[in-house]
Design a protein around this ligand. Sequence first.
Ligand code: 6PG
Length: 484
Amino acid sequence: MAKEMADIGLIGLAVMGQNLVLNMCDHGFTVSVFNRTVSKVDEFLKKEANHKKIIGSHTLREFISSLKKPRKVMLMIKAGDPVDAFIDHILPFLDKGDVIIDGGNSHFPDSQRRYEMLKSKGILFIGTGISGGEEGARHGPSIMPGGNLDAWPHVKPILQSIAARVEGEPCCDWVGEGGAGHYVKMIHNGIEYGDMQLICEAYDLLKKALGFTYPELSKIFQTWNQGELNSYLIEITSKIFTEIDTDKQPLLDKILDVAGQKGTGKWTGINALDMGVPVTLIGEAVFARCLSSLKEERVAVSKVFKGPSEKCMQDKKVFTEAIQHALYASKIISYAQGFMLIRHASEAFKWKLNYGSIALMWRGGCIIRSKFLGKIKEAFTKNPDLKNLLMDDFFKKEIRRTEKNFRLTVSEGIKLGIPLPCFSSALTFFDGYRTERLPAYLLQAQRDFFGAHTYERVDKPRGEFFHTDWSGTGGIVSSSSYNV
Ligand code: 6PG
């Protein structure tokens, strides 16, 4: 009998890799596996002995020769140098037309570089974001593949069948050329940072301003999860509130208030600055984690500045609803900012991204999955060229409905001295974005005063620049020759 060949090979048997293999097997694919520490292959095969569709290899040569052509090799290894090292290792065994898929959290410029390098060798590269953690990988993650379009038909049946589904549609579709897949995953993670921080701020207000207990908070979040805020992160937060430690006390009270981060949110912030797009909320979410890490300094400063002594005088029920509205409005603004950045990147990198399809990919399987993403999908389906989510009829209506409570929540937080970096940056962005004339004209005057940086005039066509000798001691020469 001829030896069975694998539909796809996967390198990297950490939890995500193992779960993806099992997910692929459940969908009828035969998967070949390899791991740098070879003993992991045997352990995995032993543990999953009832899965007849897994082929284990002890050498790369054996692994590659077990794959059907064109070979499809998926890397589920640590992002960064290990990806380049593994690509170098497997390249000598591959033929033109074979496919390499990087499923880690790689930085998109690395994926762009790998795509170009491999293209020049005739190898088809895919850099794909995969979201949903261990559980998602096992039962249906959100998958965001980008890279070499010629590779897509070869991997589409596999990736779409293992992905999460919402209303029959797979949460996996082709994103775009080069580093587009990992770019969209980076934005997903940035938005994840924003969503998480917004939830923390809503919680902090409910607890500090209104004094809710953990069981009450859990109920509030369960209720919120039935409505417009319905999402995975709200659901898990309602469960976190009820977790009890071994000493029968709430586990949350034992967790140190220092947030970790692996860098994907920071990449989003850096990219927003590079592109000049005001993605303020994600930036604040990253800085909130940085601020949390200054634990010792915070402890010292907390002894010096006690903050306002005022108590919250709001009605519990009324203010809880206000906080819910503030969370929802901030979330709308965060996604509006995220999609502004995606639009700029799509134009700058000529990716022709499909915004509705991105929303659909995030609708299920991933960490930011929510009912709300269905509304974003609808908005882009109605108008694929929508410049900003805030200009969609549904979101316009929702912002108008929640605006008063949004303002009330932020001002109450400020009054009570409760830090609300993401709530308040969302509101400030909104107020800036809806302002026809900002004080930037004064700033332009200042720049021209001290540095002859020139300004444009409201009574002259755009693109004509003027300089004033403000102090009477400056010259008439402007500095525009060294403007960037
Ligand atoms: C996902 C998550 C995943 C991971 C984050 C955590 O989509 O499944 O985003 O990629 O949990 O990278 O990031 P931080 O450690 O930076 O919070």
